[in-house]
Design a protein around this ligand. Structure first.
Ligand SMILES: NC(=O)c1ccc[n+]([C@@H]2O[C@H](COP(=O)([O-])OP(=O)(O)OC[C@H]3O[C@@H](n4cnc5c(N)ncnc54)[C@H](O)[C@@H]3O)[C@@H](O)[C@H]2O)c1
Length: 432
């Protein structure tokens, strides 16, 4: 038998150790210590969390304690204003960014400039010029810049897309999506950074991406045409201030044959904490030949445990997204599409770096980039919708409600029109 060589290792740096890190990244990094990634092309590839960066480091201490108790390797704990440079200087290959969304761009830019592969939580960035810069840097540095939209990995959404691509569900015409977060999100979880923010950017983006990715067909290439939005204030912040309780937006697409499709997306982060859905989610899409209805609470389990629901144990848990299980073979696991989508990114990095001869790396990189479900290059319409939404809400808060943003208008790529104002504001001059 040939002497065994130790497998290559992807060293990961994590920026932001909040809720989403706890739910999805941490279980992935823990599991990666037990089992390397493996494909026939790459062979075994280890993934190790070697550095963490956050503002105070207090949550990091809890993870470090856990690792110490388990006798497992301790990542470097980088904190304070120099946290990012310490993380980048520590020799990581990959940087995952899960900070509040208005901080994604600066951090992702630094990581790309340092030549690291990057994974960013949704929404990738808030403006198209920022997306352009990240796409350019990823190209220049020959690395991946990817975004996590875990709803694309939900088995129900995969089936929806399969039906659309197999021509079972034909030609979507309109639909609605609703995602309502509990008050604890705006009141506690995000209280520190919520001023001036809105729940649309935070969660409508899940559905913006789902719609844009699922229904775009090479055979009928639709184009994003228009975004409108309104919302309500007065609970999270003052009634006339810049912080939003709930947001309703509409996106319109145009098909090449002149037909159109429109989608309403309603979001909130002031739903009562004891509402049965906890995060209440529902969609309906209407096609030429069918209707697709999905409801998070109605597809699965309902459970109540005295003194433990709905805080610790949700009334209607989504075990497909993320669950801790005792497997039939008596091993403990934590799995679901929230974790799988992170694993998928690392297996894509492994494919680029170790999936074949070094002189074919550029081809492998291009092949992964072409899977645009997660690539920053495939995120243009989503970021355009987010930028439009933010601009419309900012105008509304400044006393000018009812603005409309047109996409790829003669005046520019993203053009904001205000009622009664003759001159439009060009939010983004280039083509979306
Ligand atoms: N995929 C999903 O469904 C999902 C769910 C929740 C959150 N998210 C996304 O994940 C991101 C984080 O959300 P969260 O709920 O985990 O937030 P959170 O508020 O719980 O945690 C944010 C973390 O970022 C750190 N941080 C803030 N600014 C930083 C900086 N400049 N440098 C380094 N660290 C910094 C904080 O210390 C904290 O550890 C957001 O983009 C959000 O949209 C995604």
């Amino acid at each position: 038998m040939a002497p065994s060589q130790s497998p290559p290792t992807i060293r990961a740096g994590m920026v932001g150790l909040g809720m989403i890190f706890e739910e999805t990244y941490w279980p992935f990094f823990q599991q990666a210590l037990d089992e390397p990634l493996y494909t026939r092309k790459t062979g075994p590839v280890e993934v190790e969390l070697t550095a963490m960066a956050s503002r105070t480091g207090s949550r990091a201490s809890a993870y470090l304690r856990q690792r110490a108790e388990q006798g497992r390797p301790a990542p470097l704990n980088c904190t304070g204003p120099s946290a990012m440079s310490a993380l980048l200087g520590s020799g990581v290959d990959v940087v995952c960014i899960a900070t509040p969304d208005d901080r994604h761009f600066d951090l992702a830019r630094l990581a790309l400039l340092a030549g690291k592969h990057v994974l960013i939580e949704k929404p990738s960035v808030l403006r198209l010029d920022q997306l352009d810069e990240l796409t350019r840097l990823a190209g220049e540095k020959n690395v991946l810049a990817r975004v996590v939209y875990h709803k694309l990995g939900d088995p129900d959404h995969k089936k929806l897309r399969t039906h659309v691509h197999d021509d079972v569900l034909r030609h979507v015409n309109n639909g609605y999506c609703s995602l309502l977060e509990p008050k604890s999100i705006s009141g506690q979880q995000f209280a520190e950074w919520i001023t001036g923010r809105n729940p649309g950017t935070y969660v409508a983006v899940h559905y913006i991406k789902l719609i844009d990715f699922t229904f775009s067909l090479a055979s009928m290439p639709w184009k994003l045409k228009q975004i409108t939005a309104t919302g309500q204030r007065g609970l999270v912040g003052p009634a006339l201030g810049p912080t939003w309780d709930s947001v309703q937006m509409q996106m319109t697409y145009a098909y090449p044959d002149g037909r159109e499709a429109a989608f309403d997306i309603h979001t909130s982060w002031v739903t009562p904490d004891n509402f049965p859905g906890y995060v209440e989610q529902e969609v309906q899409f209407r096609f030429d030949n069918g209707v697709w209805n999905a409801h998070q609470r109605k597809r699965g389990v309902e459970v109540t445990v005295e003194d433990r629901s709905p805080g610790e144990l949700k009334y209607t848990p989504n075990h497909h997204y993320n669950g801790k299980f005792l497997e039939p073979w008596n091993e403990r696991s934590q799995r679901g599409y929230g974790v799988e989508i992170i694993e998928r990114f690392f297996s894509e990095v492994a494919q680029v770096e170790f999936g074949g001869p070094a002189d074919q790396r550029a081809d492998r990189l291009e092949a992964i980039r072409a899977t645009d479900y997660a690539d920053v290059g495939g995120d243009r319409n989503t970021v355009a919708a987010v930028q439009a939404l933010e601009a419309i809400l900012a105008r509304h808060a400044a006393g000018q409600p009812g603005c409309v943003v047109r996409v790829n208008d003669p005046a520019g790529g993203l053009v904001l029109l205000a009622p009664g104002v003759a001159t439009p504001e060009v939010l983004y001059p280039g083509c979306v």
